[in-house]
Ligand binder design. Structure first.
Ligand code: UD1
Ligand code: MG
Length: 456
């Protein structure tokens, strides 16, 4: 199969410097969704040609090294037929050509498969019935119901404008024929453009069968031309993901209040409370519970771990049976092993928290290897940065770090060591001993509070 994706349009109404097809739906550029649907629908994708125009360089750069993907420039843009003409040198005559649109991101592989099957060796046209067809090309059929042509709104008679079946633009055609038909297109129409849709009438004239497949519902074929439509399409995409998650057994407190901007992989009996955002690739193992308003990006979470509300985690690995939050923050390189507890206002970066360790309140653990069953008291800070370089802290198994300690890296806290609260530890603390590093407390027996002196 040859795939041609039209993506040359400017998208003026987006009011953005970003090319339209690079605007994201569910965390990926619209064009990426279209490419994925095409690949999923066709077992034999020979090549994918993206016709670019406005912002061509940026579009191309957004898909580096993707196999089988070509870009051709359409400059100037003289219509959809003209766009497909630019792809002609790339098209292999021995396979059909499927035309898709970079700004129609919700199209599903299932619908495309249905279209390809219906088309067979002829032409397939995806249509949809709209309560208000204004602005779209109308599908003109004969009295037997066979498709005759597709006529643009501005070229249509009053009778044709009353037709509610419209052209989605998505079509498949035998490639050699398509190339011939494209040569016959003219700009003799209301918009002075080369209309791709005119190939329908050519096919009919030449006795090539045109199968029109009516899409179930208009959602899949929505095109994005404005931020309003982008938001509408985003909602639909999110709803689809939520449905798929629930079909897979996930409990969602409210399917309208979850956002998956990437890939969320889930085990059995996962539950997700409202307002959570998942970005990049997130995996949640069996029995994971995610509390309200958590944001997780590129994380994996082990079985039966619970995130309490309002946690934020990026590039973190969390083991099994851990309890995280509320209000915990994991920055890149946080490795949280099994049965760890991390509580409110604890930030962990570039650090491992060994099995069974706890940091329950108000701490910063950066560039640190924390052993197993360590207790990190409230207010503990690893001072990992001297303003220029970063250093590591190592805390041995079973250590107890008293509250409000500063561990000045590089420093080692031995296994089973106890650090007295309020210590500033700048030298290694030996294993199994109490280390105190703070001013000694004194009480002045004869001290008296000053007394206010009388004036004059
Ligand atoms: C087109 C169809 C119309 C259909 C409608 C569905 C034609 C002549 N008309 O209309 O029947 O109902 O889509 O939305 O095909 N593009 C290019 N280069 C160009 C022109 C367009 O790449 O020179 C791309 C645009 O970026 C866009 C797509 O093709 O993604 C459709 O173009 P647009 O102008 O929006 O199509 P319509 O004229 O609305
Ligand atoms: Mg147009």
């Amino acid at each position: 199969m040859n795939i041609v994706i039209l993506a040359a349009g400017q998208g003026k109404r987006m009011r953005s410097s970003l090319p339209k097809v690079l605007h994201c739906v569910a965390g990926r550029p619209m064009l990426a969704h279209v490419i994925a649907a095409a690949r999923a629908a066709c077992t034999d994708v020979a090549n994918i040609t993206v016709v670019v125009g406005h912002g061509a360089g940026a579009v191309q750069e957004a898909f580096p090294g993707e196999p089988g993907l070509n870009f051709v420039l359409q400059e100037p843009q003289l219509g959809t037929g003209h766009a497909v003409m630019q792809a002609v040198p790339r098209l292999d005559d021995s396979a059909p050509t499927l035309v898709l649109y970079g700004d129609v991101p919700l199209i599903t592989a299932g619908t495309l498969r249905r279209l390809l099957a219906a088309a067979g060796k002829g032409v397939g046209l995806l249509t949809v019935r709209l309560p208000d067809p204004t602005g779209y090309g109308r599908i003109v059929r004969d009295e037997r119901g066979d498709v005759l042509r597709s006529v643009e709104q501005r070229d249509a008679s009053a009778a044709e404008q009353a037709i509610d079946e419209v052209n989605t633009g998505i079509m498949v055609a035998p490639t050699a024929r398509l190339k011939d038909w494209l040569k016959t297109l003219s700009r003799d129409n209301a918009q002075g453009e080369y209309y791709l849709t005119d190939i329908i009438a050519r096919a009919v004239q030449q006795g090539v069968r045109v199968a029109a497949v009516v899409c179930d519902g208009a959602e899949e074929t929505l095109g994005v031309n404005s931020k309003q439509q982008l938001a509408q399409v985003e909602r639909i995409a999110q709803r689809r993901t939520a449905q798929a998650l629930m079909e897979g057994g996930v409990t969602l407190a409210d399917p309208e209040r979850i956002d998956v901007r990437g890939e969320l992989v889930v085990g059995a009996d996962v539950s997700i409370d409202v307002g959570c955002v998942f970005e990049g690739r997130v995996s949640l193992a069996d029995g994971v519970r995610i509390g309200a308003y958590c944001v997780l990006r590129d994380c994996s979470v082990g079985p039966h771990t619970e995130f309490l509300p309002f946690c934020h985690a990026t590039d973190a690995m969390v083991g099994a049976g851990a309890r995280i939050g509320p209000y915990a923050r994991f920055r890149p390189g946080a490795r949280i092993e099994d049965d760890v507890h991390v509580g409110n206002f604890v930030e962990i970066k570039g650090s491992t928290m060994g099995r069974g360790s706890k940091a329950n309140h108000l701490a910063y653990v950066g560039d640190t290897t924390v052993g197993q069953n360590v207790n990190i008291g409230a207010g503990t800070i690893t001072a990992n940065y001297d303003g220029v370089n970063k250093y590591r802290t190592v805390i041995g198994d079973g250590a107890f770090i008293g509250s409000n300690s500063v561990l000045v890296a590089p420093v080692n806290i031995g296994a089973g060591a106890t650090i007295a609260g309020g210590s500033t530890i700048a030298k290694d603390a030996p294993a199994g001993k109490l280390t105190v590093a703070r001013a000694r407390q004194v009480t002045l027996e004869h001290w008296k509070r000053p007394v206010k002196q009388k004036k004059g």
